[in-house]
Ligand binder design. Structure first.
Ligand code: UDP
Length: 444
């Protein structure tokens, strides 16, 4: 792959949530390895640790989020507020960088930091957006939500789009009439339409039909560059401390026997759900590695509401941690299933290791990803509810029963296809070369 002149300077604008920061830092690392120098601009919230990335320059901008906005846990509201409060400091920061460096080859921003595109336009900078979710969300959220019923139905006639149950997801979206949601939808769509390129952490073969539709709606090239975590050198981007002890526990388990359970960085459950999950895991008799993030159980600090008798019934068969080195866990030979909330990063990470999934989506694009996993790629089962008997049965269906064999085989097939994207003539390698050329020509 080609190297750029070290003088090519890129500014990347981050959305301060785990599932957005990691792919942005991975993209930064890859572009740095191709010769670009990198400045990362980020709100104060969840600031990344600069000492983990000495090769980048970090600039923090004030986000002025209030205590109530931060404790609200309403992601839509936070995204809206960040775009409001960060716009002026971001503009000032870019003006300052331009003043001292004279040149910015491109401004690459998280799609949900859409305020960056307007600023890029005003300052005459090429704006490029990074979508850290499935490419299909580029349709569902800004485009399909605005079509009338007839146009919408004619857009989703293909079998793949039918299997995604987009009608249900569109209905869910239109149930959120909050002013913030409406405004985000309009501004994000405008940003996508003005950007010079749309980068997506996905792979062509995963979303073929949706991608061909996305290309009809947005003038900019759609560049699929996933799986970023496989291309980027291992970087430390966790907001939480990883507990490596789970790897020595995994080392003692039989191949493909363990169900790994993690609901990502934002989803939460109540105490009764924790209890149901605990008994479901215990009764399944499968070894399990369970991530319970501090604060994940509403009203509890950590796992103090686990039921009496649970630990005795599980013994050495279970390992509970606060945060795991997830990509390492998924690549471990002992892991045979992943019970996930189906965030996009977790989905891609699981695909790349050929691990079949148990899906329990909570909000947003997690429902779309679940439809892909269960109905289109058929590499997982959906957990319909968090009742202990249902959990026990569904874990057995995935990990033990004959039904799981086909699912496991398809998961391994997808793993192979994903690996193929990364070879020298693979689609991702080609996309990266295209992206660097694109940046160079835009900034020439
Ligand atoms: N993750 C991790 N350790 C954990 C749980 C999650 O490293 O114990 C990482 C995971 O590898 C992924 C990210 O956190 O990269 C979660 O992103 P995702 O899009 O799956 O979900 P979100 O947290 O945004 O809901």
């Amino acid at each position: 792959m080609e190297k750029q002149q070290k003088s090519s300077h890129l500014v990347l604008v981050m959305l301060p949530f785990q599932g957005h920061m990691t792919p942005m830092l991975q993209l930064a690392s890859i572009l740095h390895s191709k010769g670009f120098s990198i400045t990362i601009v980020h709100p104060e919230l969840n600031s990344p640790n600069p000492s983990n990335h000495p090769e980048f320059t970090f600039v923090s901008i004030p986000d002025k989020l209030t205590e109530s906005q931060l404790s609200d846990k309403n992601v839509t509201g936070l995204v809206w507020s960040l775009n409001k409060t960060c716009a002026v400091p971001l503009r000032q920061c870019l003006e300052k960088i331009l003043h001292s460096h004279h040149h910015i080859a491109a401004l690459i921003y998280d799609t949900q930091m859409y305020c960056a595109q307007t600023i890029a336009d005003d300052l005459g900078l090429p704006g490029i957006t990074l979508r850290t979710s499935a490419a299909t969300t580029l349709l569902l959220y800004p485009v399909f939500s605005q079509l009338d019923e007839e146009d919408f139905m004619s857009e989703i006639k293909s079998p793949e789009l039918q299997a995604l149950h987009l009608q249900r997801l569109r209905a869910l979206l239109s149930q959120n009439p909050a002013k913030e949601m409406m405004e985000i939808r309009v501004e994000l769509t405008n940003a996508l339409k003005s950007s010079l390129a749309i980068i997506v952490n996905s792979m062509e073969f995963l979303e073929l039909e949706a991608l061909s539709k996305v290309k009809q709606y947005f003038p900019a090239p759609i560049i699929t560059i996933g799986p970023l975590h496989k291309l980027a050198p291992a970087i430390c981007s966790s907001l939480f401390t990883e507990e490596d002890k789970c790897i020595s526990w995994l080392n003692k388990q039989a191949p493909k026997s363990v169900i790994y359970v993690s609901l990502g960085s934002m989803a939460s459950i109540d105490r009764q759900e924790l209890i149901e999950i605990a008994w479901g895991l215990s009764n399944s008799k499968q070894p399990f590695l369970w991530v319970v993030r501090p604060g994940m159980v509403r009203g509890s600090e950590w796992i103090e509401s686990l039921p009496n008798g649970f630990e005795e019934s599980v013994g050495e068969r279970g390992c509970i941690v606060k945060w795991a080195p997830q990509t390492e866990v998924l690549a471990h030979a002992a892991v045979g299933g992943f019970w996930s909330h189906c965030g996009w990063n977790s989905t891609i990470e699981s695909i790349c290791e050929g691990v079949p999934m148990l899906c329990k989506p909570f909000f947003g694009d997690q429902h779309l990803n679940t439809s892909y996993i269960c109905n289109v790629w058929k590499i997982g089962l959906e957990l319909q509810n968090l009742e202990r008997g249902n959990i026990e049965r569904t874990i057995k269906r995935l990990m033990v029963d004959m039904e799981g064999n086909d699912i496991r085989k398809r998961a391994m097939d997808l793993k192979e296809k994903a690996a193929f994207c990364l070879v020298e003539e693979g689609s991702t390698s080609c996309s990266f070369n295209g992206l660097t050329k694109h940046i160079s020509s835009a900034s020439a």
